[in-house]
Design a protein around this ligand. Structure first.
Ligand code: FES
Length: 319
């Protein structure tokens, strides 16, 4: 992953709690290309790295566009973006990575976004529009004032593709999703992004009719983990470098290994981004991440050590 220096060219208030940030290459060289669904890491100071999806369209190669919601329970990332970053600032980002690619299924495509989950979905919608593909975007928000990119998505290009849904309560949302997803049109692909409760509702509404391989989703944060409430200690042995370490209930594998000078590269530290992926050679992981698929979790040969723990007393890692 390459680090890039970019200049914040323009900050726009897109909704009452969402700002977009247009980033241009600081050196003037072209920015690396990306596909819809990609995200970048933004470095916001010592130890604060956050992932934001790119909302650009495929025709824009001279800039990256990200949008950030100001979270009331911010761990520092969204607050820094909203209150510290100014137009003209230079910031460091990673080159784009994509764990949420838009597959060429031929469509039709059904895109579902809730709140700030619209960011990767917007990049997909722009791409599908440019490709003249069949798609529908349903965008769920609290109100029009909370709807980022409302004017863009109401404009001529997207007309006929986008439906806005304002202020649906959970029961109404569930009923709407069940009706929307009651039929699986052949070769369709469903892409969704939003808060956990929204994703859970969509997944359960889709489960009756949609095959799992047609449903693609991206979490933008994990469930908050209790630090030690239900955790037990376990041991980690490092196969290649040697050494066995006790992981106490209130520390992660990454934290304990760092104390012993063994640094696993991390980014989100929430089990979302995939940066810390480590192979497991023995033992049974207790997966706490939202990055690995259900099948990958079942195979027990990988772990995200920034959040995940062990069900067995010992885990042997390929480190
Ligand atoms: S650092 Fe992101 S998943 Fe572990």
């Amino acid at each position: 992953m390459t680090n890039l220096s970019v200049r914040v060219n323009k900050i726009t208030q897109e909704a009452c709690d969402i700002k977009s940030f247009e980033l241009l290459s600081a050196s003037g060289e072209a920015l690396p290309a990306f596909a819809p669904g990609a995200h970048i890491d933004v470095r916001l100071g010592e130890g604060v790295i956050r992932q934001y999806s790119l909302c650009n369209g495929p025709d824009e190669t001279d800039r990256y566009l990200i949008a950030v919601k100001k979270e009331t329970a911010s761990r520092g990332g969204s607050l820094a973006m909203h209150e510290r970053i100014r137009e003209g600032d230079l910031i460091t980002i990673s080159s784009p990575r994509n764990h949420f690619p838009l597959e060429q299924s031929g469509g039709p495509y059904l895109l579902l976004a809730a709140g700030i989950g619209v960011t990767p979905i917007l990049a997909m919608a722009r791409h599908l529009l440019a490709a003249d593909a069949r798609f529908e975007l349903h965008y769920f928000t609290r109100s029009i004032a909370h709807t980022a990119f409302q004017a863009l998505l109401s404009g001529a290009g997207f007309a006929g593709h986008v439906q806005f849904h304002y202020g649906l309560e959970p029961d109404g949302l569930r009923a709407y999703l069940e009706q929307l997803l009651s039929v699986y049109p052949k070769n369709s692909a469903l892409y969704l992004c939003g808060p956990r409760v929204f994703m859970d509702l969509v997944e359960s509404a889709a489960a009756a009719s949609w095959p799992p391989e047609a449903v693609h989703l991206e979490y933008f944060n994990a469930e908050p983990q209790s630090r030690d409430a239900e955790h037990v200690s376990f041991e980690v042995r490092l196969e290649r470098s040697g050494g066995t370490y006790l992981i106490p209930p209130d520390m992660t594998i990454v934290e304990v290994l760092a104390q012993h000078g063994i640094h696993i590269e991390t980014s989100c530290e929430q089990g979302v981004c995939g940066t810390c992926l480590t192979a497991v050679l023995e033992g049974i992981p207790d997966h706490k991440d939202v990055y690995l698929t259900a099948a990958e979790k079942k195979s027990c040969d990988k772990i995200m050590p920034c959040v995940s723990r062990a069900k067995s007393g010992l885990l042997v890692l390929d480190l």
